[in-house]
Design a protein around this ligand. Structure first.
Ligand SMILES: C[S@@+](CC[C@H](N)C(=O)[O-])C[C@H]1O[C@@H](n2cnc3c(N)ncnc32)[C@H](O)[C@@H]1O
Length: 276
């Protein structure tokens, strides 16, 4: 590993990721799992090895994407939120957050944030807001909350409730980067009535052997540092907030309309909290 890679993986450096096709990137693996075309041989090889270690990874990616739609619908309809700050947007695909939100409330304003150059290259697809609302894209590292909040303030009114969505991003933020402090800084900037939505790979839902095999593959192949967390750690992100029903559950169970007739498991925690 080069010094630059060490800095990025350990988290001591912030800023956009370099464009690199020698290491698998989280955004491109996810794109491959969802049937997209914006990925490279290195990403497909890593995803295939991860699928071999844990065959339900593809299901987990799709279940997470379905969770995104249900969460945004909840936030727009039930919580009445019209402003969204989406951290770790990913490569645009069907059902982007602003499309779901603006289909319900055309005036919704959405700020997307990601640090992967391939997401930036496709950001145009995220900027096709309807006229009543607005979308913006910020090319920044989640850990650089100062830059994110300053730029987001040009589109979002931080005196009104904001939904902060962090779906499948925090499990590539290692403890050394203090992800709880990152979340707390973002929540400090938004008023009561704002919401936080998180989905996150678990460390305690898997059987230990599968967990170890799966983590072994990602530790070998992934540019980012895979850091699954347990229920307690997940709850800590919502400290001082009220968890919305049904609380902290696997993504496929969170307000699932179809119930869960599917025996497959995502092994990913999810929850939505409301700021008091
Ligand atoms: C798996 S994708 C998730 C996409 C979308 N949130 C969803 O759940 O469907 C995670 C995204 O987080 C981005 N990401 C990871 N670490 C990041 C960081 N430190 N700063 C900004 N973006 C980051 C990756 O580049 C990737 O595009």
């Amino acid at each position: 590993m080069t010094t630059d890679e060490t800095a990025t993986r350990s988290g001591s450096g912030t800023g956009p990721l370099p464009f690199d096709t020698t290491k698998a990137h989280q955004a491109r693996i996810y794109d491959y799992l969802l049937g997209g075309k914006d990925n490279y041989a290195v990403d497909r090889a890593a995803a295939d090895a991860a699928l071999e270690a844990w065959p339900e990874l593809g299901f987990a990616a799709r279940a997470n994407r379905a969770f995104l739609s249900r969460v945004v619908r909840y936030l727009a309809v039930d919580a009445g939120i019209r402003q969204f700050l989406d951290l770790g947007t990913g490569i645009p695909t069907a059902g982007n957050l602003h499309e779901v939100a603006q289909a319900i409330a055309p005036e919704s304003r959405v700020v997307y944030v990601d640090y992967d150059p391939i997401v930036l290259a496709h950001a145009r697809a995220l900027l096709d807001s309807n006229e009543a609302g607005a979308t913006e894209y910020i090319d920044a590292d989640l850990r650089d909350t100062g830059t994110i909040l300053t730029q987001a303030a040009q589109v979002l009114d931080f005196t009104k409730p904001v939904a902060v969505t962090m779906l499948t991003i925090l499990h590539v933020v290692p403890e050394s980067d203090n992800p709880r402090a990152i979340v707390a800084r973002l929540l400090d900037a938004v008023p009561p009535g704002s919401c936080l939505a998180i989905s996150h790979a678990s460390s305690d839902l898997f059987d230990p052997e599968t967990a170890e095999r799966f983590k072994g593959v990602l530790d070998r192949t992934l540019r980012q540092q895979y850091t699954p967390r347990n229920r307690d750690q997940m709850e800590q992100f919502f400290a001082g907030m009220d968890l919305v029903e049904p609380g902290l559950v696997p993504v496929e169970e969170w307000r699932s309309e179809s119930g869960h007739g599917d025996a497959r498991k995502s092994y990913m925690w999810s929850a939505v909290g409301r700021k008091r």
